[in-house]
Design a protein around this ligand. Structure first.
Ligand SMILES: [Zn+2]
Length: 344
């Protein structure tokens, strides 16, 4: 029973310590590419677990130094099935999953050490060096992300896919990740009700000792990408005791306002928001269409509003950078301080 109490209060305690608002990190793939990684592969950023773990660690560290309180592991597209298709054994595949969590934890350890050794002001040029609770969230991408055919943005899996199929697909991976020492599981870019249900059942029935967050994506600002009701998806998360936060990721910033309002009708749990840059993704060409998004300045102008509406964890998804996250950090630091003053 002891663990259950710890589990349910993880995010609320964390948010209280953070002053009511916390920062999630930003896009991983974009930054890995900027550091020279080649991600032209169905495994996407998971490919770096094999080829260049030091780059992943570097990007995690960049985000921590930009003010992120939560770092998300490079396991979004890392699946046992995906690695096996590349010729890796089951054991090797499981080792790679564990590595994704270890790399994030190593980055956190390095960051804590830098903070201890830094000047007491906690600021070093543009680096934010401030001792605080940092959470490692183990990313689980959807079944559609494994298919790598863009179906995580359509949510259309076909009639052959059931809750049981999805549970069988995710079960071992979720267990391995949970046992590798992250603080929580981040189910990201959940495209439909079916997969939300599968995750909720896995969390309840498995021997999973940590909590999870559920994050959906939308392409119309009303429903999740499959067309399923966000209200219904949010209710599935609300009903699962092991879900400690619910939100939206990889969705254009302009849709977020309405989506927060909808989510608030479905859940009383903390709401998290990490939109993409607003650029459009060409699923056929498997690339982002340049210059179709919002600037960091515009992105951040939304952050005030999202916070006021009730989002308490804010970060960025695809195509956002450490600059975006630093700007969110500065905005939320002043907002939560203002709220505390108002409360006193
Ligand atoms: Zn994204």
């Amino acid at each position: 029973m002891g663990t259950r109490v710890v589990t349910s209060s993880l995010i609320t305690d964390f948010l209280r310590q953070a002053g009511g608002a916390a920062v999630i990190d930003g896009g991983l793939a974009t930054e890995l590419e900027r550091h020279g990684a080649d991600l032209n592969d169905p495994l996407w950023s998971a490919k770096c677990l094999l080829s260049s773990p030091h780059l992943i660690r570097r990007v995690h560290l960049d985000y921590l130094e930009s003010g992120a309180d939560v770092i998300i592991t490079a396991s979004y597209q890392a699946t046992i099935q995906g690695f096996e298709a590349k010729g890796y054994s089951k054991e090797e595949s499981e080792t790679l999953l564990r590595r994704s969590v270890e790399i994030a934890r190593e980055a956190r350890d390095i960051y804590n050490k830098i903070c201890t050794e830094s000047s007491p002001t906690g600021d070093d040029n543009d680096r934010i060096l401030k001792h605080r609770t940092i959470l490692v969230a183990a990313s689980v991408g959807s079944y559609g992300a494994y298919l790598a055919d863009g179906s995580e943005y359509s949510g259309t899996y076909g009639d052959a896919i059931t809750v049981e199929t999805l549970k069988d697909f995710h079960r071992r991976r979720v267990q391995i990740l949970a046992d590798s020492g992250p603080d929580l599981i981040a189910f990201e870019t959940v495209p439909n009700k079916l997969e939300a249900q599968a995750y909720a059942e896995l969390m309840e029935e498995g021997d999973i000792k940590i909590p999870a967050w559920f994050s959906f994506n939308s392409k119309d600002g009303v429903n999740v990408v499959s067309g399923d009701s966000l209200l219904e998806c949010g209710s599935i998360a609300e009903a699962c005791n092991k879900v400690v936060a619910v939100g939206i990721n990889c969705t254009p910033p302009r849709f977020i306002h309405e989506l927060i309002l909808s989510l608030k009708k479905a859940t009383t749990k903390p709401i998290l928001i990490y939109p993409n840059s607003g650029e459009s993704y060409d699923a056929n060409r498997k690339e982002w269409v340049q210059n179709t998004g919002v600037s960091d300045k515009d992105f951040v102008s939304y952050v005030h509003k999202w916070y006021e509406l009730g989002a308490s964890l804010v970060g960025g998804c695809c195509r956002t950078t450490p600059d975006t996250i630093r700007a969110i950090y500065r905005t939320l630091a002043s907002r939560s301080a203002a709220k505390l003053i108002a409360l006193n």
